[in-house]
Design a protein around this ligand. Sequence first.
Ligand code: PLP
Length: 405
Amino acid sequence: MSKPAMKELIDKAEQYIFPTYIRSPIVLTKGEGMNVWDSEGKEYLDFMSGIAVLNVGHLHPRVVEAIHKQSSKLMHVSNLYYSEPQIKLAELLITHSFADKVFFCNSGAEANEAAIKLARKVFKDKGEGNRFEIITMENSFHGRTMATLSATGQKKFHHGFEPLLSSFAYVPFNNAQAVEEAITDITCAVMVEPIQGEGGVNCPSPDYLKNLRHICDQHGLLLIFDEVQVGMGRTGKLFAHQHYGVEPDIMTLAKALAGGMPIGAMLAKEKFASSFSAGTHASTFGGNPLSCAAGIATIEALLQDKILDNCQKMGDYFYSKLLSLKEKHPLLIKRVKGKGLILGIELSFEGTEIAMECLKNGILIICTMRNILRFVPPLIITEKEIDILIDTLDKLLEQTPISTP
Ligand code: PLP
């Protein structure tokens, strides 16, 4: 029997699947390293990594082997029992982070839900249950569940789902004074992405996170870092906050943690972790042996295969190439931003067309906030692939009309 054509598959998808995503019209069937292929055999360079998931690349041999081995032994076990991959992954995360305890779940939203619940519980346990509000940032993104949607400081995601949970206060990102001014008697925590991803690749000034730490310490608040997008090596260090000389009380991870397998994790210091006692929180699939085996292989690859070094080197190279592109097209590119291999260019016009043209030219990129092209390739990328993207963008920008305001 012949394989269904791409158009036929897409028609079926439109028929059967909720239309919640604006999808590019391709069906992807295969991936390896930096590349993916569609069902008609066309090859693409992947500069989006399934949105910052495939940090070690598609089908990393260590991850594939770990999944093969684990899937022939034990695929699932209830959290009412112990399982070895979960214990080993927990040990690896704790050894390489500020934290003492980890709670496993399945996604970034679920990890942030756990962080929000833990912050509330810590204060309830202290007899300060009236402190439940969390300060989050404008242009942040924390997930799509009701609590994490409410934590997200972007109105466009709220639309249609109000009333939201009223226990979040939004302040501008990268403004520590605004956080201080927003603290009231009911504040219990500050939650922030060290670098905003969905919000447009926004890096903080060097002292911002340290200042937040100081403010939280002064006011007895918890500091939560959402590293769902920028953790697991994306910025050239295992966790993005490690660039800024500061530690949170709670951190959330997901996306790249298991090399492409679904997983989420919420990590915390012991003195706060103890508020999640037996029966207070749970997840059926959280810490699933298959995902955890993939997670162990992913961390080992990141730490042992010089992938973090490559991320730093290629990040610098990529950034300098984007700066040269900006010099060449100063009216079309307003700004180059990012750190390591989460990079973006702010265009002076809407970027979806450029992203579509890149797709036609065999390159996957993301356009976010309408005019920011975001690049989050696998961290195993080489100069050759960066040059291909830069040449393609150059060609497309040459053809873009410059509209004067
Ligand atoms: N937090 C951040 C910073 C994110 O970028 C995302 C997803 O893009 C999430 C949370 C939500 O993660 P998930 O889609 O796995 O629920």
